[in-house]
Design a protein around this ligand. Sequence first.
Ligand code: SF4
Length: 380
Amino acid sequence: MKRPKTINEVRKLPIRDPGTAARIKAVAERYPFLSNDYYLSLVDWDDPDDPIRRIVVPHPEEFFGAGDMDPSREKDYTVAPGLQHKYRQTALLLVTSACAGLCRYCFRKRLFLKEGGKRPRYTLSSLPRAARYLREHEEITSVLVTGGDPLTLSTKTLDRIISTLDGIPHIRTIRIGTKVPAYNPFRILRDPELPEMIRRYSRKDRRLYVVTHFLHPRELTPPALEALDLLSSAGALLANQTPLIRGVNDHPDVLEELFRALAAAGDPPYYVFQCRPTRGNAIYAVPIEEGIRIFYTAQGRCTGLASRVRYVMSHAKGKLEILGKHQGRVLFRYHRAANPAHQGRIISYPSNPDAYWLEDFIHPRGADSSGGRRHGLGAG
Ligand code: SF4
């Protein structure tokens, strides 16, 4: 296949019903649409509920439901433009606001939405300034390079970022978070400089990680598998993160197949994320207790690395592992705590089948004037 062609106008989609097309267009004016002809060729256009379609094509119901533009309070942990330091040992670098496709359920929509006619900058503005902070904070041993999608940058630009991080001795792990292997594997397959760069920085004593973002087994196409093979042959270690998304992977059979296929391809599942209550995401979220049933059924059917995956919520207070339900209570564990005193602590709340986020357990529906929908996504 030639280089995939960008498609960012909904009128170019093969949607036959004019009413649906008009509603989708209205949504895209608020929450933009971006994809390419390769990824859209994976959609079954005869099925309005096709899971690949749901990942990238606007849905009229994105207008409904509550939500916030920064539900994990990333701004509270931002120490310089594009640099977040929430957990003692880990820093996040938001190196670009560009993506190879726009996921409908994205939790960082603020990166590519306009506010009051302008697009505020949330990404890295000065690499030397970020590097100075990282050098001064010797407790930081791990950096996640994210965005947006770092693989939308040229390899030359990415090399400059990785070589800067590589030059800081106390940084032991560098991870690149990307959905490019799913959205546009040809970006990887057609760039001989990329594997060379990976080879340079992924060494015996300090491997470069590529954290992928596949959420449905149908995204693991032959070119996507080839791209993964190329990355790992160059020395990158792979792991996959996936959000749990209504209509995409909210069934144990789909999740099980995804976990197995990823582990078989050498890109084992790492985290499954609870969908964050970002504005426009209500239609894509699954209540936590339903998520527990789906996730643990799928995980329980897998073995080896496919079963090592954890179900987590990236909350302002920390990364909470969703452990399950016991005696009418839902249990969480601070896998990473923003406040080190909470590290490892287990917390529990009475069951609330309508809860989508931690606050929905703390203020259940009816307990406050907002009907419990102040923080989470509510039902609709
Ligand atoms: S690739 Fe990541 S940052 Fe980009 S739209 Fe998808 S979820 Fe958002």
